[in-house]
Design a protein around this ligand. Sequence first.
Ligand code: NAD
Ligand code: MG
Length: 286
Amino acid sequence: MPDQQAFPPQQQEPPGSTRAMQPVPDHGEQSYVGAGRLVGRRALVTGGDSGIGRAVAIAFAREGADVAIGYLPEEQADAEETADWVRQAGRRVALLPGDLTDELSARELPQRAVDLLGALDILVNNAGFQTARGGGIDDLDPERLERVVRTNLLALLWVTQAALPHLPRGGAIINTSSIQAYEPSAPSIDDASTKAAINDITVNLAAELGPRGIRVNAVAPGPICTQPQPATQDPDHLAAFGGNTPLGRAGQPAEVAPAFVFLASQRDASYVSGSVLGVTGGRPVF
Ligand code: NAD
Ligand code: MG
């Protein structure tokens, strides 16, 4: 992994493209080595087309899991690239386009994964929407706010509710929180509040589902080099992105995926539930 920041100023229009980033983020394509932690398991990763979700899909596949990927239809090219990596790991992949801000689409997603993979053991709620361009409370455009809340919060609840009848004892749910839940920044007021709520939901569900043998945890990434960064930030922002962490740089998606693997693994994390694992370059998650 790089010790130094290596991002020149750059900008894209949302939703942005992974290939157009300079350099292309590291999703573990060349580096992730599996150790059989998820052999025979079936996982659904929302937002698995790009960024952290792609790194999770690659890592899960190399650990032996079949992977279903949910994503926005316009991100088909990114999804197919992720799917290629899953197949190259010798695992099955299910491509599930659909807009999760639509309740029916969200509720259908787990069944579509089961139809194609045969069962479902692990749910990774990772799809998210954020735009940090603009100001704070004065810039809360109602449409954008609605999209953030629907994507990050309502869709997470709808997908989880629909997945639960499929999840067996030993199953796991992993939500994607954020450093923003702990250190909210003014421009991210909408996104940050959904992440705090996701932490709450994680603890809540862990308590409710523990008796059913289902573990529920979250990963809270810090600043990670993914496509929304150039898509949503000012051109110079990316060059400085992550510089305010103790480790002094942004992280790569490949550096976040192992946290998801750990929490998904019944071998490694059988007694871990209701926790939020920070992958933040040293910024606090308490
Ligand atoms: P990303 O854009 O690469 O991944 C998010 C994916 O979510 C998109 O690719 C898209 O396919 C999917 N998605 C968005 N809206 C959707 C919708 N309505 N229906 C279906 N799918 C939808 O970005 P990422 O940075 O990898 O983000 C993944 C998660 O990590 C998000 O929840 C984000 O909030 C969280 N996160 C990211 C960072 C960071 O610095 N990159 C930091 C903290 C938390
Ligand atoms: Mg994407």
